[in-house]
Design a protein. Sequence first.
Length: 363
Amino acid sequence: MDEDLRAKTKEETDRKCPSCGGTMDFDPKSGTLACPYCGHTQEIPVDEEEPKIVEEKDFLSETNKENCDWGVEKKTVVCKSCAAVSVYDALQISDVCPYCGSNQVTEEKGADSLAPDGVCPFAITDKEAGNNFHNWLKKKLFCPKAAKDGAKPDSFKGVYLPFWTFDTDTAVKYSAQYGRDRQEKDSKGNIRTVTDWFPTSGTYQKSFDDYPIPGTERYDRRSLDMIQPFDTANSKLYKPEYVAGFISERYSVGLKNGWEIAKKEIFSILNNEVTADIRTRNAANHVRNLTMSVKHSGIKYKYLLLPIWLSSFKYKQKIYQFMVNGQTGRVGGRTPVSAIRVAIALIIAAAIIYAVLKMSGTI
């Protein structure tokens, strides 16, 4: 990149430190731009005419779906090892993949991606994330010691993940059968349980607000669910200053595909809630043959960048990813399991159960 573009980029983002001339990054601790060289801080400017909250967009409208203006010069980097696609500030050095640690990264030319509507800025530092990760890992009793030693909390990298959030009002029509259990005696005097079945039908309504769908398939969904929720209601209107110095992953799940995923998950939630509602209202023990039709209305969406501190390590030729919620500090991820430790735990548990049964006279 030539010097004119460097100067232009610094000027556009107000990231040039007025004290020493260094490039300032967003500081989670103070919520300001901070210079890592001289310590100078600078408030992120707020335009009084700007909306105070991130405005939701009508899903059925085509308006603004092609906005690719990130407000600052960006570059897209592809990892040849794991195929991760990340969006960096043009000034950032991107020589190592933040996901797998490989140095086989190349810049992708001419790549555009939709600009975010909003961002939930980092609120905890990498040091705090490392402490939370260390405390979480210590509690994993079945994780091998060698694996714990190989997981370095100080290797965390701050990454903004793409998320679609959806608002929708749902109207459900359903039919099902509910069953009530009763006891009866057979001809030999033995008591047995009999279920009487009854038909039912009805309607059910529920509104969903900011239902989150990851705009990436790179991560274990279970791990992502472990670090949620994010405070999306208080997200900030996107400004390049909030992501200054951090990596932003480009979405690989588009808006329409994100909505299809959301509909399936919402259907599952409604299925469970309607089943529980039928059981409660009819004092039922069972529900079966539930069929539902779901109508959605008032569908709105936002494209948000949500903060995580990310770390990974390799143990026995397998990569294990860990993440920490950049707002709350919640930790999620999978750990290797020591077969020996599991076996010892099972033996101890079996011994305890045997002792309890022995004392109670059951055996």
